[in-house]
Design a protein around this ligand. Structure first.
Ligand SMILES: [Zn+2]
Length: 99
């Protein structure tokens, strides 16, 4: 079992409205400015299913938030989201884009 800190994401809008976006790639690594690993959404979901942990860290508070696999409320596909205890700056959606 391994833990991976998520430091960036890439998202694509899949449907209308354009506010409906999915994370399709995450970058992981110890340095928030430099991802050393890149994972597809399917790779993250299968790794979490195998018992590994993905998380984010708030730059302002150091608070850790776990990444969860949930069904998208708009389309029902499996997506990844920050757990409900995430604060603004450790939410997956607040991370920088990978590229
Ligand atoms: Zn969706």
């Amino acid at each position: 079992m391994a833990e991976h800190r998520v430091v960036c994401t890439d998202q694509v809008p899949l449907d209308e409205p354009t506010s409906h976006a999915h994370i399709v790639v995450v970058g992981t690594g110890a340095d928030p400015d430099h991802a050393t690993g890149h994972w597809t959404l399917a790779g993250v979901i299968s790794s979490i299913g195998a018992g590994n942990v993905f998380y984010t860290i708030s730059p302002s508070t150091g608070k850790k938030a776990t990444v969860r696999v949930v069904p998208c409320s708009a389309c029902g596909h499996q997506i990844i989201k920050s757990s409900a205890d995430a604060v603004t700056d450790n939410n997956l959606d607040s991370l920088r884009r990978c590229n």
